[in-house]
Design a protein around this ligand. Structure first.
Ligand code: PBG
Length: 327
C-alpha cells in the first residue's frame, strides 16, 4: 500500500471535475419531502415568524405551493393542520371535514402525482397540547391508540398516500396498521416516527403548529436524547408492528442514530431535519453569519451521508433550486 509521497490524497481534490467523480453522496430532489402547514380560511398565506420562508396556508393558497413542489421534482409533502378549535380528545384530527382531510382532497385533485403524507398525532388538536388523551396529568397510551387509528383511517379515506404516526405511543403502528387493513387500505404504507426524541429543536414548530403542551412536557413519551440503544429498540418494535419506513427525528444532533439504524435494519430510513435546525441556519444567514446555501447543502448532504434515504426538510424547495445551480 502506497504512503506519502507516492500517496497523495489531494490528487482527487484538485478540481471540481475530479471531485465530482469521487463524490460519495449526491443530493437529488427525490431525497426530499416538504412539510406544509394548512389552516382554515381563504386566501391566507401567513408567515411563520420563527421559520422564515414557511407559511400557514389556507387550502386555496396551498395549491400553487404544491404545484411548485411537484415541479421541482420533490416526490411528496407532509401535512400539518391548524384546526379551527381544539378539545380534550383532539377531535379535529379525525373529523371528516377536518383541515387535513380538506387539504388532502384538494391536493390530490390538483397534483395527483404528488404523494401526500400526513402527520398522525393529536397535539395540534388537543386543548392541552399533548400528543394523546390525558388521564389525570399523564397521557393515556392505550386510549390514544384508538384515536390515532381513527385519524389515520380518516386521512387515507380522504386520499392520503401514506401516514406518519408521530405521537410516540407504544403500539401506535400496530393499531394503525390493523385499522387500515380492516378498512380495506392494506396497500397504504406507514412511515413511522420510530426514534423521536424529546428535543428543544421542535421549538419553532410548536409556535407554527400552536402545539406546545399547556402543562408538563413530552419526556414521558418522546425519547431521551442521551439514548441510542433505546432508539434501536423503538425502530425494531415499529418494524415488527408493520412500519414500512422508519424515521429518526431530529436529524442533525442524531446523525449517529441514523447511521446505527441504517446499519442494523434493511429498511428505508427517513430523517426529519426539524424546525429548530432550519431556524438556526435561517437566523444565522439573515445576520450574515454564514452562507445559507453552502450551510444548507452541507447539512442535507451530511444527513444523507449518515444513512437517510429520505429527508423531511423545510429547506427542500431551496435545496432543489440550488442543486440545479439557481441562486
Ligand atoms: C408532533 C410533531 C412535532 C413535530 C412533528 N410532528 C412536534 C412535537 O413533537 O412537539 C416537529 C417538527 C419540527 O420541529 O419541525 N405532531
Amino acid at each position: 500500500m502506497a504512503t506519502f509521497p507516492q500517496l497523495r490524497l489531494r490528487r482527487l481534490r484538485q478540481n471540481e471535475a475530479v471531485r465530482g467523480m469521487v463524490r460519495e453522496t449526491q443530493l437529488t430532489p427525490s431525497d426530499f419531502l416538504y412539510p406544509l402547514f394548512v389552516t382554515h380560511g381563504r386566501n391566507l398565506k401567513v408567515p411563520i415568524e420563527p421559520m422564515p420562508g414557511c407559511y400557514h396556508l389556507s387550502v386555496d393558497r396551498l395549491l400553487p405551493e404544491v404545484r411548485e413542489v411537484a415541479e421541482l421534482g420533490i416526490p411528496g409533502v407532509l401535512l400539518f393542520g391548524i384546526p379551527e378549535s381544539k378539545d380534550a380528545a383532539g377531535s379535529g384530527a379525525y373529523a371528516d371535514q377536518g383541515i387535513i382531510q380538506e387539504a388532502i382532497r384538494a391536493i390530490k385533485q390538483a397534483t395527483p402525482q404528488l404523494a401526500v403524507i400526513t402527520d398522525v398525532c393529536l397535539c395540534e388538536y388537543t386543548d392541552h397540547g399533548h400528543c394523546g388523551v390525558l388521564k389525570g396529568d399523564t397521557v393515556d397510551n392505550d386510549k390514544t391508540l384508538e384515536l390515532l387509528a381513527r385519524t389515520a383511517v380518516s386521512h387515507v379515506e380522504a386520499g392520503a398516500d401514506m401516514v406518519a404516526p408521530s405521537a410516540m405511543m407504544d403500539g401506535q403502528v400496530a393499531a394503525i396498521r390493523s385499522a387500515l387493513d380492516g378498512d380495506g387500505y392494506a396497500e397504504t404504507p406507514i412511515m413511522a416516527y420510530a426514534a423521536k426524541y424529546a428535543s428543544a429543536f421542535y421549538g419553532p414548530f410548536r409556535v407554527a403548529a400552536e402545539s406546545s403542551p399547556q402543562m408538563g412536557d413530552r419526556n414521558g413519551y418522546q425519547m431521551d436524547p442521551a439514548n441510542v440503544r433505546m432508539a434501536l429498540r423503538e425502530v425494531e418494535q415499529d418494524i415488527k408492528e408493520g412500519a414500512d419506513i422508519v424515521m429518526v427525528k431530529p436529524a442533525l444532533a442524531y446523525l449517529d442514530v441514523i447511521a446505527r439504524v441504517k446499519e442494523r435494519f434493511d429498511y428505508p430510513v427517513a430523517a426529519y431535519n426539524v424546525s429548530g435546525e432550519y431556524s438556526m441556519i435561517k437566523a444565522a444567514a439573515a445576520n450574515g453569519w454564514l452562507d445559507e446555501q453552502r450551510a444548507t447543502l452541507e447539512v442535507l448532504t451530511a444527513i444523507k451521508r449518515a444513512g437517510a434515504d429520505l429527508i423531511l426538510t423545510y429547506h427542500a424547495k431551496d435545496a432543489c433550486r440550488w442543486l440545479v445551480g439557481e441562486r
